[in-house]
Design a protein around this ligand. Structure first.
Ligand code: FDA
Length: 307
């Protein structure tokens, strides 16, 4: 019930100001966001890596309003990749990017986002890693998939994300599974209308299973992005039935969520990647985490009241 309200608030500037200024916010944000700067996040990459976990790094930010901000987003990723190179951490960490942060919704946004993301993909390839394009709201996806296809001509390892709640996704999964790309499947975190997305949670889970099966049976590299224990064990079973070895798919979870389960899967020999977000523009990312779990909202409200 509360999820859609929080997701609507995640797009409100007024709420952004209120939440950012509230006492106690910082403490709750720190559970999901690994810090504000490259210096904050690099030790976390080392620590996760020492626990046998892999990482995908997200410099938080989205829905920018100026071209200069899109250049700043590109430069933030280039700085991050430069630092990973210096420290020899390239092989353990890939990047996740939101194209809206690279200017996708501005004038000529498709071309701008492609021009901004290309040097990031090139720099990642130079240090032996890759980039995954996150999925945002449904209006952005045709452009995201077209950019993904364009980047894959030179960098076939470039990944993308598909969302189980969208009606279109089974078709997208078939297309992507057939051409051998890296695909992260998630349930979907945005407020989407009934005209494009399944609204019923159990039905979303069923679609997730159907899509996992398409990916596991296909020719690509499936990345199972979920904390849901049922879907994780079904994913393991589908991989086994498809005859995939442990390095022919991976699990992914968000930083700060179900860490014990992350350790358990890695200890079992699975490739387990932790999506680690950092940066100062954390509001949208943080609000989606609150929307996913009412207990997070309760914790947040309590921490404000006790300050
Ligand atoms: P579900 O929400 O049913 O949660 C299962 C269990 O996991 C819960 O019962 C709880 O124990 C735990 N849990 C889940 N979310 C939690 C939270 N916020 N706080 C505390 N516990 C929580 N979405 C999108 O639209 N585009 C994208 O590009 C991505 N990228 C992405 C990358 C990765 C690595 C992950 C794991 C997720 C995403 N998502 C995403 C978010 C995704 O769409 C979805 O909203 C969340 O993963 C929550 O769905 P679950 O599959 O975890 O199941």
């Amino acid at each position: 019930m509360l999820g859609p309200v929080i997701l609507a608030a995640s797009r409100s500037d007024k709420m952004r100001r209120l939440v950012s200024a509230a006492p106690g916010t910082k403490q709750v944000v720190a559970r999901f966001i690994a810090g504000e700067t490259v210096d904050d996040v690099v030790p976390i990459v080392s620590e996760l890596s020492a626990r046998g976990l892999e990482v995908t790094l997200d410099v938080v930010g989205e829905d920018i309003t100026t071209v200069e901000q899109s250049y700043a987003a590109r430069d933030a990723y280039l700085e991050l990749i430069g630092r990973l190179k210096e420290l020899g951490l390239g092989a353990r960490a890939e990047m996740s990017v939101k194209l809206s942060m690279f200017g996708q919704s501005l004038e000529n946004g498709h071309e701008l986002a492609l021009a901004n993301v290309r040097p990031v993909v090139e720099a990642a390839a130079e240090i032996g890693t890759t980039v995954t394009l996150d999925a945002e709201d449904h209006t952005t996806l045709d452009s995201m998939f077209a950019i993904h296809e364009e980047l894959r001509k030179s960098f076939p390892q470039t990944g993308c994300v598909i969302q189980a709640y969208l009606f279109r996704t089974e078709d997208d999964a078939r297309r992507l599974a057939a051409n051998g790309s890296r695909v992260r499947i998630v349930k979907g975190a945005y407020k989407e209308p009934a005209s494009v997305a399944i609204q019923d949670k159990p039905e979303i889970d069923k679609a997730y299973v159907r899509i996992m099966k398409i990916l596991m049976d296909g020719e690509g590299y499936p990345m199972i992005g979920s904390h849901d224990p049922r879907l994780i064990s079904i994913g393991q079973e589908l991989a086994r039935r498809a005859g995939r070895k442990l390095d022919e798919y991976e699990f992914q979870m968000l930083y700060g969520i179900r860490s014990e389960e992350q350790n358990r899967l890695a200890a079992e020999g699975h490739r387990m990647r932790v999506y680690t977000a950092y940066g100062t523009d954390w509001y949208g990312y943080f609000m989606r985490r609150l929307a996913e779990k009412p207990a997070n909202l309760l914790f947040f409200v309590r921490s404000i009241l006790t300050k």
